[in-house]
Ligand binder design. Structure first.
Ligand code: ZN
Length: 450
């Protein structure tokens, strides 16, 4: 078997059953939501990215650097990496090459019409969850406690290689060897996360776990596009797809278009007769292979049907070919007496071409106070992180409303607002002189006359 570069790192995935749910083919569900108007454009699905750090904040990407040991302050932040992940994932979802099948049975590819929109970036300081310990004994518990808006946003948790629950501290499950620069991309979803809208109502929460982007980044400078197919694979599980190569519990004959196969990684990998011709090597996103790019029309229909029925009212952010902007932001007031720094952080907001930032003082009832309005409209760079007290005269013990509106040139907009209350004490700035200094005579230079 040829050695693999990290770009072709084998992907290992599991769908963890909760034990009580037995996948099966049954008749139409009488309790599911009736179909609503199908979306003929792109289904845009919100995704939260979670970087699982150690308790002390190390061990993954951080909000201000890449967290690489020994070299703090490098430019790639968790926000950058999360945006890169979704950009790479969408690049793959926007394509659908021809599915590799036996000669004469080629299917005409159809558009997937599914795209991910970043809704938030989170840095979870938990050695327990970073080690995936939340799932080792009770898969039912899983990562649900860390989900943010889990009933309407898919939460994607990025853990790390040494912590993979089915590996232990030895490293790679495939090789049995300690982790090297060939760290595997892995992922899993939990059984009852998966949408099976023709038989069940929408899952209460949808979340997926993937390892180990940061380890791969630190060891081999692995980039977002090199893990994007793993993440798309897991999210497509959540939207209802199973593994075509498996027979039984996790592939219950869902798609005649995507037949069971020998699960070859690549041509002659492994070197068996079932993998000795390119048309025997699946390139299906839901198999394990080096390409993981194509989906059969039947698989796309399954996801679209789910998104048009039980997932529609909650998980579909927009049905639109215009990539929806988001206006996610956080406010933080540094503790102390006024004046204190007040930070606005919109680094998780994406897909916008111009924005408007507005600040108003409000009454206790939330009414805007006349004469306190500030606004700024910018048509170029994203706002990112900025110190609001440098641009607005915040008073003590007052409440302000901060509103952030983002616009995409293709027509969609997003708005989010938050309020912030300033401290009720005022810092005295500088010592007072006991006696005024003697006035210094000011000489006016003679102006040369013409
Ligand atoms: Zn899988």
């Amino acid at each position: 078997m040829a050695s693999r570069t990290f770009a072709q790192t084998q992907m290992v995935c599991s769908v963890v059953s909760n034990g009580s749910q037995t996948p099966s083919i049954v008749g139409p569900c009488t309790t599911c939501q009736p179909p609503t108007a199908p979306c003929s454009e792109v289904q845009n699905i919100r995704v939260n990215i979670h970087f699982l750090q150690h308790d002390d904040g190390t061990g993954s990407f951080g909000p201000f650097d890449d967290g690489r040991p020994g070299t703090p302050g490098t430019a790639t932040t968790g926000y950058d990496y999360a945006q890169g992940l979704l950009y790479a994932m969408n690049g793959q979802m926007n394509q659908n090459p021809v599915l590799s099948l036996a000669p004469g049975s080629a299917l005409t590819p159809v558009a997937k019409r599914i795209r991910w929109v970043l809704d938030g970036v989170f840095f979870d300081k938990s050695t327990l969850y970073r080690r995936n310990a939340g799932t080792t004994s009770t898969s039912a518990g899983g990562f649900a406690p860390l989900c943010v808006r889990g009933d309407s946003v898919i939460n994607l948790f990025l853990t790390e290689e040494f912590d993979w629950p089915y590996v232990g501290p030895i490293g790679n499950t495939n090789s049995g060897q300690p982790v090297t620069n060939n760290v595997a991309n892995r992922g899993y979803v939990w059984g009852s996360n998966q949408a099976i809208c023709n038989t069940q109502a929408a899952p209460a929460q949808m979340w997926a776990v993937a390892a180990s982007p940061w380890t791969g980044y630190v060891l081999s400078n692995r980039q977002p596009w090199q893990i994007s197919s793993t993440l798309n694979h897991e999210l497509c599980h959540l939207l209802g797809l199973n593994h075509p190569f498996q027979y039984g519990a996790y592939s219950w004959g869902e798609c005649p278009d995507a037949p069971m196969n020998a699960n070859c990684w690549n041509l002659n990998e492994p070197a068996i007769v079932d993998c000795d011709a390119s048309n025997k090597v699946s390139n299906n996103l839901m198999d394990y292979n080096a390409a993981q790019a194509a989906l059969a029309p039947c698989q796309i229909n399954i996801m679209q049907d789910n998104l048009n029925t039980c997932l529609k009212s909650r998980y579909v952010y927009k049905c639109s070919n215009c990539l929806p902007p988001t206006a996610t932001f956080d406010l933080s007031v540094i503790p102390g007496c006024m004046p204190v720094p007040i930070w606005f952080d919109s680094r998780a907001a994406v897909n916008y071409d111009w924005y408007k930032l507005e600040i108003d003082q409000v009454t206790a009832a939330g009414a805007l106070i006349a004469g306190t309005h500030y606004e700024s409209t910018v048509f170029q760079q994203p706002l990112g992180r900025t110190q609001l007290d440098a641009i607005y005269p915040f008073g003590a013990s007052s409440t302000y409303r901060v509103q952030f509106t983002t616009h995409a040139y293709c027509g969609l907009a997003a708005v989010r607002l938050r309020t912030v209350t300033t401290p009720n004490c005022v810092r005295i700035v500088g010592p007072q002189r006991a006696t005024a200094p003697a006035p210094v005579p000011v000489s006016t230079p003679a102006f040369p006359r013409q």
